[in-house]
Design a protein around this ligand. Structure first.
Ligand SMILES: NC(=O)c1ccc[n+]([C@@H]2O[C@H](COP(=O)([O-])OP(=O)(O)OC[C@H]3O[C@@H](n4cnc5c(N)ncnc54)[C@H](OP(=O)(O)O)[C@@H]3O)[C@@H](O)[C@H]2O)c1
Length: 391
């Protein structure tokens, strides 16, 4: 089968298309015919041999890739699955049957794959930060995979959103998702610009780290929550416990949780997207064999939202969504599937606003009606988003 191999750590070119042995399902395992694999930022750091933690480096040679969507071989069941950190950039993967997540009927596979990692991360971060209506929330890399979801989630929680990004097209994406203030953090004095506009902030989601993360930390007032979860800049923000303590800021690191909790959050993200209440922004797709180009684009900061790898149609492959796209020239979208499914009855808007944060309700799987009380009064981000980043 076709896959993308890495034989040594290094620049994007170390990702090489290759023919590898077929996978064979063992007990309690299934084979997934992969239609789409997601690319996460951390995979570029793993490929370069510089991940946030050395334990993330796989033994070589390896197939990178942790999140895939496709059909369970021989059944046609549409599923997404998180692997154990490797194996995803391939035509077929193995997964424990217990790890499969069904894709809701009204959700396009590409949206499901786009949400698999970033959706659960964004929901976990929102829950950890304890977002409250009226909070001022600062989001770095706000036009990225996680950032675009955090902007929507924070807005729907009733927060005022300050979005940071690195070029005008990206800022436009964040604005169209509902950000109240957009600031280019490549400009000198960007932090003063934020302070002048909104004063101190209550929450910082820091996926960039380094000097940007430190300057963002500096905008928090006493009682603020600093949520570092990534180091796109190459290093975590140098925020020590002493520094945070002296400022009265709580540091809430990471977006990790138990495997069961992460799976519940991923399912919740998929349900919300199927109902039209959360929208992944898919900025670019590459053929599987062009994984090196996908990594190069992410590193060059030219990507917007999520980056996906698509497996091209091959003999004997039955990828309904890819086949329809090839026939019509247009991707199968969640909007088209929702239209086919008829009116959505899962998000009636009760007058009472629940006291429990909606993301906690999502994670604990209470009824769909109660789950969405906090964000019923805001409209879902529209197609204007896709138009904005293409400009
Ligand atoms: N802890 C977890 O479980 C978890 C889960 C998912 C992601 N993460 C982390 O969260 C961060 C964002 O992830 P993502 O998937 O949203 O990534 P992404 O969509 O690829 O966004 C990364 C963005 O970071 C910004 N950036 C700032 N400085 C950069 C630099 N020196 N090099 C490259 N990019 C830089 C760029 O946006 P601008 O051009 O706008 O600056 C870039 O597009 C990453 O650090 C990732 O590892 C952590």
């Amino acid at each position: 089968m076709r896959a993308v191999m890495i034989r040594k750590f290094g620049p994007p070119e170390v990702l090489e298309p290759a023919e590898v042995d077929e996978v064979q399902a063992g007990q309690d395992e299934v084979v997934i015919d992969v239609e789409i694999a997601n690319v996460t930022f951390v995979e570029t750091q793993v490929r370069a041999g510089k991940p946030p933690h050395p334990s993330m480096l796989p033994a070589l040679p390896a197939i990178l890739g942790n999140g895939v969507g496709g059909t369970v071989s021989g059944t046609g069941r549409r599923v997404v699955a998180s692997l154990n950190g490797t194996g995803g950039y391939a035509e077929r993967v193995l997964s424990p049957a217990s790890r499969l997540i069904e894709i809701p009927d009204a959700l396009a596979m590409r949206d499901a794959v786009a949400l698999l990692a970033d959706g659960r991360t964004a929901l976990a971060l929102a829950e950890r930060a304890g977002l409250r209506a009226g909070d001022t929330v600062l989001i770095e890399a706000a036009a990225g995979g996680v950032g675009t979801l955090l902007v929507q989630i924070a807005r729907r929680a009733g927060a005022r959103v300050v979005a940071l990004a690195g070029r005008p097209g990206k800022l436009a994406v964040a604005r169209d998702l509902g950000a109240d203030l957009i600031v280019d953090y490549r400009r000198d004095g960007w932090d003063q610009e934020v302070r002048d506009a909104v004063g101190e902030v209550d929450v910082v989601f820091d996926g960039v780290g380094g000097d940007i993360g430190l300057a963002a930390f500096g905008l928090l007032g006493a009682g603020g929550r600093f949520c570092p979860f990534g180091m796109a800049s190459g290093s975590f923000a140098p925020v020590t416990a002493e520094l945070a303590g002296a400022r009265g800021v709580t540091v809430l690191p990471g977006a990790g949780a138990s495997p069961d909790k992460l799976a519940a959050l991923a399912r919740a993200a998929l349900r919300e997207a199927a109902a039209g209440r959360l929208r992944p922004v898919i900025g670019q797709e590459f053929e599987l064999a062009a994984a090196a180009r996908a990594h190069a684009a992410i590193e060059a900061r030219t990507t917007v939202g999520k980056t996906l790898l698509t497996v091209s149609l091959g003999p004997g492959r039955n990828y309904p969504e890819r086949a329809q796209r090839a026939r019509t020239g247009a991707p199968v979208t969640t909007a088209s599937l929702r239209a086919k499914a008829g009116p959505d009855t899962s998000h009636g808007c009760p007058a009472r606003v629940s006291a429990t944060p909606w993301w906690t309700q999502l994670a604990t799987s209470v009824s769909a009606r109660r789950q969405t009380t906090a964000w019923c009064h805001r409209s879902a981000p529209g197609s204007i988003v896709a138009a904005a980043w293409r400009r």
